[in-house]
Design a protein around this ligand. Sequence first.
Ligand code: C5P
Length: 222
Amino acid sequence: KDKLSIAIDGPAAAGKSTVAKRVAENLSYIYIDTGAMYRAVTYKAILRQANLENENELSQILAETKIELIPEKGGQAIYLDGKNVTNEIRTPDVTNSVSIVARHPLVRNDLTKRQQSFAANGGVVMDGRDIGTHVLPHAEVKVFLLASVEERAKRRHAENLIKGYPSDLKKLQEEIEQRDKLDSEREIAPLKKAEDAIEIDTTALEIEQVVEKIMELVKERV
Ligand code: C5P
């Protein structure tokens, strides 16, 4: 098979998107950040002052929402109804509400279908929480990235400081733990390692080492 589907799942801030982007670049595959899609809906719902507990309201908003992932150099831009919201979807407001929105079955159904259609022709690296278990259960390569919560908070903190954002390490760690808890405990498509996924603990690894390991898994499959 020449064009594989690669699923990369794991908890918040485990380095999934950085690694997924590099793997996609190496293979000239499409990279799909599914978290960005949940974030985009959440951002729109907050702007509309929607009730984030109201599944039907959110589902109606989604029905009239266009989400596009556009490759850019060094990454990917996300467009919501034709507007670039790449930065807007990363604010603490969105980050701390997204797991509430992502819990609703109707929201997940809608976005899962969109993700599956993006991946219909293979040649994709998709990152998220439920890619190996639900979105692409037949993906040829499945990876579950892990790192200690302390390490994940430290990495996110360092990123924030580089970008010049205010950042509180302790608070970050609490927010990451809270989001993982909500994502792991929800009823539909929770954060969970697929049975056939390869687990990689990145706590003591550099990004390049993680990318290398995944490239080896890919080579075994082609
Ligand atoms: O990957 P990222 O941290 O941007 O994801 C934001 C949130 O979107 C997650 O915490 C989770 O609630 C939700 N999500 C999801 N399923 C996915 C990807 C993200 O529920 N496949």
